[in-house]
Design a protein around this ligand. Structure first.
Ligand code: NDP
Ligand code: MG
Length: 385
């Protein structure tokens, strides 16, 4: 039996994780969960999964739920400290981190210290402080299991293989909502258009990240940390069908790919069952004869400057990826709020990166300071609008 602490239960990944748990009641139990502000969804999950601990973002919501569930034996907590309490719940042996943003960093580090395995969806954590997370996980001897579909694909392709035999990783990219538009056609795109992803149904922030291609940039940095390869050995390939989830090429020119219909429950479940597999109900089987053709194209760094920023930030190393991530989180929030245009997301991130001098090997305090500083810098830019 796996006892799960699920952070971000009410989100896209959180709800799909709940579905995997629902399908295998004898294998998995959610003992702790966290959410932000979606109380209606939280109530349904509390009734269904009867966790021992629930953390919400705000105190007043915590008080409300405490009253509603008085006498149930369920404990409620809130805020950043609540996220940590849920992450290190004594009965949990695995943390599924599906919160959005670098708010997931501290709970991840605390869970690692408490010797929990980590199924990591929250890529911002690895982008912001990959060197610390990887080092702590090694030291604690816990597993870091990828949930992101591309990284799960690479992880699956590497089973039984030796790291020293890898020539390069090839991360596939669907191209996001605006893949059929030129840069000139991006001038006046709306939030609603940006939120319409052709292949995947995901949370709002990652859907915008997919449209700017920053999502792929974050994934390149995530792959660098998870698989320990230099950026020169991590390539991105456009593949609009999202059927090949990513590939590994070996020195002998052999390529291993993982394929499947786009369904995040597959990598979520694999992270929970690894090295085993379980059936997954209602997941569409891949029918290649029906699909007929798959398409591929080289990545265009002029069309997608955010991917270039991510490679550059990754190669600079140190504190630069922290700036990339924090600036992106704030700029995307600004776009979703209607304060800036779609293309201004890029210009704002570029300004934040240019404004920063890399600090090599920053510790956690420095990273948190730079994260705050960058958010402040971007917020000032947004206010000037
Ligand atoms: P969503 O926006 O759908 O969900 C985010 C979750 O985090 C919700 O439960 C939300 O609560 C909660 N949350 C948000 N802010 C806070 C906060 N400040 N404190 C506590 N909880 C908070 O995101 P996704 O599920 O799409 O993505 C989650 C992570 O997984 C991201 O890092 C993303 O990049 C990654 N990922 C997602 C994929 C997908 O298919 N969605 C694919 C691969 C990776 P509430 O809604 O209750 O306010
Ligand atoms: Mg992905």
């Amino acid at each position: 039996m796996k006892y799960i602490s699920l952070l971000g239960a009410t989100g896209s990944i959180g709800r799909q994780t709940a579905d995997v748990v629902r399908q295998h009641p004898g294998q998995f139990k959610i003992v702790a969960m966290s959410l932000g502000t979606n109380l209606p969804q939280a109530r349904l999950f509390i009734e269904e999964f009867q966790p021992e601990l629930v953390s919400v973002q705000f105190r007043q919501d915590c008080e409300a739920l405490k009253n509603e569930f008085a006498g149930s034996g369920i404990a409620f907590t809130y805020g950043d400290q609540g996220l940590i309490e849920a992450a290190v719940h004594e009965k949990a042996n695995i943390l599924v981190n599906a919160v959005i943003g670098s708010v997931g960093l501290n709970p991840t580090l605390q869970a690692i210290k408490a010797k929990k395995d980590i199924a990591i969806a929250n890529k911002e954590t690895l982008v912001t402080a990959g060197h610390i997370v990887i080092e702590e996980a090694k030291r604690a001897g816990v597993k870091l299991l990828p949930v992101d579909s591309e990284h799960s694909a690479i992880f699956q392709a590497l089973q039984g293989e030796k790291e020293k035999n890898i020539e390069r990783l090839v991360i596939t990219a669907s191209g996001g909502s605006f893949r059929d538009r030129t840069r000139a056609q991006l001038q006046n795109v709306t939030v609603e258009e940006a939120l319409h992803h052709p292949n995947w149904s995901m949370g709002t922030k990652i859907t915008i990240d997919s449209a700017t291609m920053m999502n792929k940039g974050l994934e390149v940095i995530e792959a660098h940390w998870l698989f320990g390869l230099p950026y020169e050995k991590i390539d991105v390939l456009l593949h609009k069908e999202s059927i090949i989830h990513s590939m590994v090429e070996f020195h002998d020119s052999s390529v291993m790919a993982q394929l499947g219909t786009p369904d995040m429950r597959v990598p979520i479940q694999f992270a929970l069952t690894y090295p085993d597999r379980l059936p997954l109900m209602n997941s569409n089987r891949l029918n290649l004869a029906e699909i007929g053709k798959l398409h591929f194209a080289d990545m265009d760094f002029v069309r997608y400057p955010c991917l270039r920023f991510a490679y550059e930030a990754g190669k600079s190393g140190g504190s630069m990826p922290t700036v990339l991530n924090a600036a992106n989180e704030e700029a995307v929030a600004g776009f979703l709020d209607g304060r800036i245009s779609f293309l201004e997301i890029e210009t704002i991130i570029e300004k934040a990166l240019t404004n920063h001098n890399t600090i090599a090997a920053p510790d956690l305090d420095i990273i948190q300071g730079i994260d705050r500083e960058t958010r402040g810098f971007v917020k000032t830019l947004l206010k000037q609008r």
